[in-house]
Design a protein around this ligand. Structure first.
Ligand code: TXA
Ligand code: MG
Length: 337
């Protein structure tokens, strides 16, 4: 690790010890960190983000051993999942330990904990040698940041220091799995696909926040709006013919459209409209797509277009998380035509 980064990390640890805020790169998205045992520091996280106090934070630790110091209980399933996927994009909900201040968990008796897979985050957590509460480092109204620039744009002076680790490798948030009920259930799809979790702990349910209010109450941060760009965004089926007529109608009404597509089906038809609007073609590989999705949504917001149209990614294992985020970021096409 370059000596400049080492110096930054030493500084960051001091900031955390003094109750300040450090934004840091992880493999998923940038986090906005505070000492999870310090109520005043944790209050600053909520203030900087404009985050409702009812939305609990994830506690980050350097490894399983440190995790066990701060949880209230460590189920056998947590042990097995940590062995399989930590460090990595998996957050586990387990009973809360007493050292974690109540504001972190929004008063819940459970806590979410994860060990990120990024050298900068790892060094920070190792040197700090304690639990760091960190939500994604965006203003509450924006999509999660995947570069240090995104963090600066959103939080600016609201953060004491930013550990810049370059663009995030995964690009969407960690999978959140609840291990406090009799059967493990996914509260948020993310960096680790359901099938991989099932290989380790058997059948896992997916709670769909769009499906009802009970699961929404269980993990309050999963309201659809949480992942949406500011610009009105609509989803279209892949290669949907309807897109063309709607698109031209909006063009006649002089609306600027930011279109996010992937794969090749629409790409062949693009040149005839490409001069008017922004068209971003995301990669047709699921992992690459996820890596670039949030930057594309931010770009659309920054260009102040009238609307965003997104071609929905396919269903199926490795696409589930990105598809989930596109659904949460958009309304059905029928509402935008
Ligand atoms: O990849 C990630 O998870 C990133 C990086 C920074 O680690 N963090 C992140 O944090 O996405 P945030 O605050 O944006 O999302 C935390 C999610 C929310 O959906 C929240 O409701 C859920 O975790 N959560 C936290 N504590 C919980 C708990 N005790 N029970 C259920 N859900 C919880
Ligand atoms: Mg977030």
């Amino acid at each position: 690790m370059p000596s400049q980064q080492r110096a930054d990390i030493r500084k960051a640890v001091e900031v955390l010890r003094h109750g300040g805020l450090v934004a840091f790169a992880t493999e998923t998205v940038y986090g906005l960190g505070a000492d999870a045992t310090n109520s005043e520091a944790v209050a600053k996280v909520f203030a900087a983000k404009g985050r409702p106090a009812a939305n609990p934070l994830i506690v980050h630790v350097v490894d399983k051993a440190v995790a066990k110091r701060y949880v209230g209980a460590w189920p056998e399933s947590a042990e097995r999942l940590a062995r399989a996927f930590w460090p990595g994009p998996l957050t586990m909900v387990v009973p809360k330990g007493i050292q974690i201040v109540p504001a972190v968990t929004a008063g819940l008796a459970t806590m979410a904990i994860r060990c990120p897979d990024h050298p900068l985050a790892g060094e920070l957590l190792r040197e700090f040698d304690g639990p760091v509460a960190a939500p994604s480092a965006n203003r509450s109204t924006r999509v999660s940041p995947t570069t240090a620039d995104h963090v600066r744009q959103d939080l600016g002076k609201g953060v004491d220091l930013i550990l810049d680790g370059g663009p995030c490798r995964v690009g969407i948030e960690s999978t959140v799995i609840d291990l406090t009920s009799s059967k493990p259930s996914i509260l948020r799809l993310g960096g680790i696909a359901r099938g991989r979790l099932e290989e380790i702990v058997g059948p896992v349910e997916v709670q769909d926040p769009a499906a009802g209010t009970s699961s929404a109450a269980k993990s309050p941060g999963r309201q659809a709006i949480h992942y949406a760009p500011v610009t009105p965004a609509f989803r279209i089926a892949q290669g949907d013919e309807h897109l063309f007529s709607t698109f031209f109608r909006h063009r006649l009404g002089r609306k600027a459209i930011f279109l996010i597509i992937h794969g090749s089906e629409l790409a062949g038809q693009l040149p005839q409209w490409a001069d008017h609007d922004a068209i971003v073609e995301l990669p047709s590989d699921a992992a690459e797509y996820a890596r670039r999705l949030y930057a594309a949504l931010r770009e659309a917001d920054d260009r102040h277009v009238d609307m965003i149209w997104i071609e929905v990614p396919p269903a199926g294992g490795q696409w589930d998380a990105a598809r989930d985020r596109v659904h949460k970021a958009t309304r059905p096409a029928s509402e935008g035509s």
